[in-house]
Structures are given as structure tokens and as C-alpha cells.
Design a protein around this ligand. Structure first.
Ligand code: NAI
Ligand code: MG
Length: 493
């Protein structure tokens, strides 16, 4: 009898994948060789005189130099935002604020291709995603909130709502432009002004938005963009003029921010990590479910806080689902993010690639079975093969920790109760997915799952009107919809 392997690597060989001709996107991203801080409506050199390089993770080539904002630059930004709040923005009627926000949305649409290419170059995501998802969705958030700006009297019937003042915002690298839109659009609609810090690996589209704010004639100081790493982020979070902090990023930094703000009167919303369960019952339409699962975890290289990184599959269909997933990942195209046919682009940074590699190695070591296709990865740049683990148990690190990469862990269950128990057995609670033919089961699951978003027979669907946010260590506060907008105001009267 062959000795059972505790872990082994199985490469899937499906013969040669038909090669498409290269189909590179050619639009000009109109990059500058150097980007300064955007403060009080102008691009301005940092007091420190320091810059850092931003690279293209697809080939490690330098794209531009970005200014490092020190504490005095952050202070200048807050002072400009505070002045803009008291002297102009909070005094403007909502209908006038709305016009500026509409203009921003329209200008972003006008320059959509250019922004999509810049986003892909700086962050590594496939061009088809930045072109078809990130940029249009960012514009949609500005449009949606522009519509609210003159209707705030209806947001909380019988109550009046007021802006908070200057809000400080720190955002991550997985959806650089979209996270900026999620944060800025509601803040401006409500009448606040902003100091925002993009992530250090992906500052370019944020700074290009500075150009759009200028084109839109947005009053100086209404939005200020400061760039740099964690130290700059800490200066944004701790500035005394901030009335609210909104953060999206790691749970670790979220906790640091919570501690720093304890005892102050600053409002705080946190959107942190996730370890979402995608739950597939034996009556689910399998073709759609497999597509949804693949989209749920391989979309944007798995750099998605609500990624469906745990697949809970009913035992009776587990073998069938695994076989279909293996067939599907064998034909995913991994490589140059600028190619229009690429499904999985570059991992955002060397650090993130190291983290994914480490966690995948722990899965193998702890005895899960790894499945990867035979695809070739480009020699330069940061890439990781789409990876599926079967035979995973809840005690494995790959089932508990956020990997933030294209790695799916499969666990099985027998009953509805067991599925709910396993899905909720996590420190996080951002999202979940349910695949079943039964409406009543969808309702039961969505009530019992401790997750801010539950998708049914679909995954990763976004809309500016639906609030998004977490339970437990995934954070608190909502973004999008009426609820998200209310997090940027205070109810008075
Ligand atoms: P991070 O939390 O360090 O970075 C997010 C943002 O916070 C960046 O703009 C960064 O400059 C800023 N920042 C860092 N330290 C700060 C501090 N002390 N005070 C204020 N701002 C600070 O995340 P990182 O290291 O880039 O990624 C690590 C892991 O976090 C990822 O592997 C992933 O698991 C998770 N993550 C989750 C995200 C989400 O959307 N929920 C987004 C990005 C990362
Ligand atoms: Mg970059």
C-alpha cells in the first residue's frame, strides 16, 4: 500500500494553454517623474526635502519619485483644511458642494483610461480590473455622494445633521483610487474637509486626483494629499485638528490607531482585515458557484479585505467542487497586468509576496494538500500562482490568518449548523458568501452569519448605495450608502 502523504504538491498539467497574442493596453498614463504633496490646492515640495521611489511591481521598474510628508507638512495640510472648512466649504449650500463633486466624477470619467493605466502600473492589478471596476466604481461613488449633498435634510428624518470639521484619512494599497473615493466623496458631501494619506506603494492615482481637484476648481484646502509611510500616517491620525479618523488597512495598525485615539474626542471608523467564508451547499448551481468562488479569491490577486479566502463546501460535493476548481485555475492567465487578457496580475510588493509565500509554506507544513497550476511566472516582478488548499482544518494558520493573496483554503461541512459555526469561527467578520438554491436558507444564513456583508449566489458585488463594513476585528463604521454618509456627520437637534 502506498504511504499516505501528509502534504504534497500536485502540479496540474492540462496540456498547453492556448496562447493569445499579447494585447497590451497602450493609453498614456501621463506620469510625472516626481510628485509633490498636494496642500491648499497646490503641489508643494515637502519641508524635509525627502522623496521615495514608487515602482511597478510587475517588473520592479521605478515609476516616479514621491514626496515624504513630515510632521510639519501634515500640520500645513491640517491648517489648510481647517481654514477651508471654516471659511468656505462648510458655508457653501449643499447644492454648490454637489456641483463640485459632480465635476470631480465627470473629470475622472473623462480621464478614465489614463487613470486605469496609472493604477495598474503603480499597483500591479490587471488592466481589465482597473479599467472595468476600480475607475468606474470610484466615479460612481462621487456621483452618488454628489446627489446627497443637497439632500442631507432627508438623511435622518426629523433630525438635523452637521459636518464634523477636518477629517484625517489613511488608506491602503489594494484599491488605491477606489478607497480614496470611498473616503473623500462622503466626507465632502457632508461638508467636511480632508487630509488624506495614500499607501506608500500606490500614491500616484491619489496625486493625479489632485490634478482633477484643481481642474474642478475645488476651493484650496478642501482636500489635501500627504504622502509617505507609517510615520506620515501616524502624524495624520494624531493631529489635534482632526475631528474624525477613517482608516482602512491591517488590523494591527487599526489597533494602534484605536489606542492612540482613546481618550480623545475624535470619531473613528476602521475597516480592517477579513477571512470570509464562501459557503457552498449541495443544491447550488455549481458552474456559477465555481465562477463566483474564483472571482471571490483570485480577483485583484486576493488583495481584497472581503476576499472569499475560506471555501466551506458541503461534504457530498467536495470532490466535484475541487475537481472543477482545479480545472478552472489551470486556465487563469497570470502575468503582465497591462495585458488585457491577464486574470491575475502582480502582487503589490515584495513584502506582501513574502507574507503570502510564508503562509502558504505553513499550510504545506501543517499538512494541507496544495494544488497549483503549471503556469509560468514572469522572471521579474512579484507574482504568485493561484493556489488552492484542500484538507484544511480550522486549526491551520491558512484557515485563520488573513493571507491577502490568491490562496483559497477548502474546508468541508455536513449540516447548516456546522457551516454557520465554522464560518463564524474567526476573529474577523467582514463578509461571507452563500451558494444555494433555497431562498429560506439564504435568509437563515444571512441572519446567522456574523459578517457585515453577505452575498447570496454572487460574490464581490459593490454599489455606492450599499453600506460596507465589519464585525469584530474587521472594524466598525460603514462606508457607502446612507449609513456611511452618517459616519461623517453629527446629528443635532
Ligand atoms: P498597513 O495597515 O500597514 O497599511 C495601511 C495604511 O496604513 C498605509 O497607508 C500605511 O502607510 C498606513 N500606516 C502604517 N502604519 C501606520 C501607523 N502607525 N499609523 C497610521 N497609519 C499607518 O498594511 P500593510 O502593512 O501595507 O499590509 C499588511 C497586511 O494588512 C496585509 O497583508 C493585509 O493582510 C492587511 N491589509 C488589509 C487591508 C484591508 O483592506 N482591510 C488593506 C491593506 C492591508
Ligand atoms: Mg508602486
Amino acid at each position: 500500500m502506498p504511504k499516505p502523504a501528509t502534504s504534497r504538491t500536485r502540479e496540474l498539467i492540462f496540456g498547453d494553454l492556448w496562447e493569445y497574442d499579447p494585447a497590451p493596453e497602450t493609453a498614456d498614463p501621463k506620469l510625472k517623474s516626481r510628485y509633490d504633496l498636494f496642500i491648499n490646492g497646490k503641489f508643494t515640495a515637502p519641508k524635509s526635502g525627502q522623496t521615495f521611489d514608487t515602482i511597478n511591481p510587475a517588473n520592479e521598474a521605478k515609476l516616479a519619485e514621491i514626496a515624504v510628508a513630515g510632521a510639519d507638512d501634515v500640520d500645513r495640510a491640517y491648517k489648510a483644511a481647517d481654514k477651508a472648512f471654516t471659511s468656505t466649504w462648510s458655508k457653501l449650500p449643499g447644492i454648490e458642494r454637489g456641483k463640485y463633486i459632480y465635476r470631480i466624477a465627470r473629470l475622472l470619467q473623462d480621464r478614465a483610461r489614463e487613470f486605469a493605466v496609472a493604477e495598474t502600473l503603480d499597483g500591479g492589478k490587471p488592466i481589465k480590473e482597473s479599467r472595468d471596476f476600480d475607475v468606474p466604481m470610484a466615479a460612481a461613488h462621487f456621483f452618488y455622494h454628489a446627489g446627497w449633498a443637497d439632500k442631507l435634510d432627508y438623511i435622518a428624518p426629523g433630525r438635523r445633521v452637521q459636518p464634523l470639521g477636518v477629517v484625517g484619512q489613511v488608506i491602503p494599497w489594494n484599491f488605491p483610487l477606489l478607497m480614496m473615493a470611498w473616503k473623500i466623496a462622503p466626507a465632502l458631501a457632508m461638508g467636511n474637509t480632508v487630509v488624506i494619506k495614500p499607501a506608500e506603494t500606490t500614491s500616484i492615482t491619489a496625486l493625479k486626483m489632485g490634478e482633477i481637484f484643481q481642474e474642478a476648481g475645488l476651493p484650496p484646502g478642501v482636500v489635501n494629499i500627504v504622502t509617505g509611510a507609517g510615520e506620515t500616517g501616524a502624524a495624520v491620525v494624531n493631529h489635534p485638528l482632526a475631528k474624525k479618523i477613517a482608516f482602512t488597512g491591517s488590523t494591527e495598525v487599526g489597533k494602534v490607531i484605536m489606542k492612540a485615539l482613546a481618550g480623545t474626542d475624535k470619531k473613528l471608523t476602521l475597516e480592517l482585515g477579513g477571512k470570509a467564508a464562501n459557503i457552498i451547499f449541495d443544491d447550488a448551481p455549481l458552474d456559477q458557484a465555481v465562477e463566483g468562488i474564483v472571482n471571490g479569491i483570485f480577483f485583484n490577486q486576493g488583495h481584497v479585505c472581503c476576499a472569499g479566502s475560506r471555501l466551506l463546501v458541503q461534504e457530498s460535493i467536495a470532490d466535484e467542487v475541487l475537481a472543477r476548481l482545479k480545472r478552472r485555475i489551470a486556465v487563469l492567465r497570470v502575468g503582465d497586468p497591462m495585458d488585457k487578457n491577464t486574470d491575475i496580475g502582480a502582487i503589490n510588493s515584495r513584502e506582501q509576496l513574502a507574507k503570502i509565500t510564508r503562509l502558504v509554506a505553513s499550510g504545506v507544513k501543517e499538512g494541507a494538500e496544495i494544488h497549483q497550476p503549471a503556469c509560468k511566472l514572469p522572471a521579474k516582478g512579484f507574482y504568485f500562482k493561484p493556489t488552492v488548499f484542500s484538507g484544511v482544518s480550522m486549526s491551520h494558520r491558512i484557515a485563520r490568518e488573513e493571507i491577502f493573496g490568491p490562496v483559497l483554503s477548502i474546508l468541508t461541512f455536513r449540516t447548516v449548523e456546522e457551516a454557520i459555526e465554522k464560518a463564524n469561527n474567526t476573529a474577523f467578520g467582514l463578509s461571507a458568501g452563500v451558494w444555494t438554491d433555497k431562498g429560506s436558507r439564504i435568509l437563515k444564513m444571512s441572519t446567522e452569519l456574523k459578517a457585515g456583508v453577505v452575498w447570496a449566489n454572487t460574490y464581490n458585488k459593490f454599489d455606492p448605495t450599499s453600506p460596507f463594513g465589519g464585525y469584530k476585528e474587521s472594524g466598525f463604521g460603514r462606508e457607502g450608502g446612507r449609513q456611511g454618509l452618517l459616519d461623517y456627520g453629527q446629528l443635532v437637534g
